[in-house]
Design a protein around this ligand. Structure first.
Ligand SMILES: *Cc1c(COP(=O)(O)O)cnc(C)c1O
Length: 338
C-alpha cells in the first residue's frame, strides 16, 4: 500500500503538495534550470499548453518553425487566434528541420525540440532577436532525454507521457523571468483569458505546489519517481547518452540493411529519442508490424498521417538500449521470413 496516503486525499493537502514540490524541484535540477527560472504545471497536456501560450504569451505575432504534425498544430493555434496577427510559419518537408529566423516583427518564437511525428530533432538556440522576444520550445518528447541549455529558451514545456514514462494529461513548463513577465503583461492588457488557461494563475498555484484544479495524482506519482530515478542514474547527461546509444544502434542497423533507410537524411537531425526508419516498398511495414505484434513486440508503427512505409521506434530513457538491439534482431527475423 505504498502511496496509499497520497491517492484519495485532496490535492491541497500536504501529501500531494509534497509530490508536486518533488516534481518542481526535480525537474529544475534535471534540466539545469538557470537562476530565476521556475517550474509551473497545469492540467491538459501539451495541447492545452498551446492554448495557454496563444492566450498568455504571444503579444502580437508569433513565428513558428513547423516541420511535422506537432509544430504545425501549434502554428495553427496561434494563426487562428482572432486577437493576433497572422503567424509567420517557416515550414520544412517531413524528415528535415525548419529553423527559426531572426525577424523584426515577431515577439514570440516557437519550435519543437523533437518532432515526434517524423523523428527529426532541432537544437535549442535563441535566434538573434529583437529585444524582448520570448522563445518557446515544445519539448514534449525531448525533455529529460535530449541535451539542452535552458538559457537558450524562455519556455521549455512538455508532458509526462514520453521521456518521463508517466501518463498524459498534465503540462509542465520551465519558465524564464521574461516569460512570466510577458504573461503578466499580456493577461493585464484586457485580453479575455479563461482561468483554466491563464499562465499567471498556473504560476501562482505552482508556487504553492498545487494546480488550479484536481490533477491526476497517479500521474504525478509516476512522474516524480521517474524524475528521481533519472537524477539517481546521473541526470540529463546520463539520460541523453543512454538515448544516443540506442539511436546509434538503430541507425547503424538500418544503414547496414539494403531494405532499410533512416528517414531523416541529415545525421545531425536524426532524433535520438524517436527513430524513423523507411522500409523498401517490397517490405510491407504493415506485415512487419503485424508479425511483431503477434509475438508481443508492439508499437513500432509510423505516425499515421505521415503515411509512409516506415517503422518508428521510441528510444526514451526508460527503454533499455539492449532492447533496441533486440528489436532490430526481431525485425531482421521477421523480414527474412516474410
Ligand atoms: C505528444 C506531443 C504533443 C502532444 O502532447 P499531449 O500531451 O498529448 O497534448 C505535443 N508536442 C509534441 C512534440 C509531442 O510529441
Amino acid at each position: 500500500m505504498a502511496n496509499a496516503h497520497v491517492l484519495g486525499t485532496s490535492h491541497r493537502r500536504p501529501p500531494v503538495k509534497d509530490l508536486v514540490r518533488r516534481i518542481r524541484e526535480g525537474v529544475a535540477e534535471l534540466l539545469g534550470a538557470p537562476d530565476g527560472y521556475e517550474v509551473a504545471l497545469g492540467n491538459g497536456g501539451s495541447t492545452a499548453f498551446w492554448d495557454v501560450a496563444t492566450l498568455c504569451l504571444v503579444e502580437r505575432r508569433a513565428q513558428h518553425a513547423a516541420f511535422g504534425e506537432f509544430g504545425g498544430k501549434f502554428a495553427a493555434a496561434t494563426s487562428r487566434a482572432p486577437f493576433l496577427e497572422p503567424s509567420q510559419v517557416i515550414t520544412a518537408e517531413p524528415g528535415t528541420v525548419a529553423y527559426l529566423e531572426p525577424a523584426d516583427d515577431v515577439d514570440t518564437y516557437a519550435t519543437p525540440h523533437n518532432e515526434t511525428s517524423t523523428g527529426a530533432m532541432a537544437p535549442v538556440t535563441r535566434p538573434a532577436r529583437p529585444e524582448g522576444a520570448v522563445v518557446l520550445t515544445d519539448a514534449t518528447s525531448g525533455a529529460g532525454a535530449l541535451p539542452v541549455d535552458l538559457h537558450q529558451t524562455d519556455v521549455y514545456y512538455f508532458a509526462p507521457q514520453k521521456a518521463f514514462a508517466a501518463d498524459g494529461g498534465l503540462w509542465l513548463a520551465v519558465l524564464s523571468p521574461a516569460a512570466v513577465e510577458r504573461a503578466e503583461r499580456v493577461e493585464a492588457s484586457g485580453r479575455w483569458v479563461p482561468e483554466f488557461l491563464s499562465l499567471t494563475t498556473a504560476v501562482a498555484n505552482s508556487r504553492q505546489d498545487q494546480t488550479l484544479n484536481t490533477p491526476a495524482v497517479a500521474t504525478l506519482l509516476l512522474l516524480a519517481d521517474q524524475v528521481e530515478w533519472l537524477l539517481a542514474q546521473g541526470g540529463l547527461e546520463w539520460s541523453a547518452k543512454r538515448c544516443a546509444t540506442s539511436a546509434e544502434t538503430l541507425y547503424t542497423w538500418a544503414a547496414q540493411r539494403a531494405w532499410a533507410t533512416p528517414f531523416v537524411a541529415d545525421p545531425r537531425e536524426r532524433s535520438t529519442v524517436v527513430g524513423t526508419i523507411d522500409l523498401a516498398d517490397e517490405v510491407s511495414v504493415d506485415r512487419v508490424v503485424a508479425e511483431l505484434g503477434a509475438n508481443g513486440v508492439h508499437d513500432v508503427f509510423a505516425y499515421r498521417k505521415l503515411g509512409r512505409n516506415q517503422l518508428r521506434v521510441g528510444m526514451y530513457p526508460a527503454v533499455e538500449p539492449d532492447d533496441v538491439a533486440a528489436l532490430t534482431a526481431c525485425v531482421d527475423y521477421v523480414v527474412d521470413h516474410l
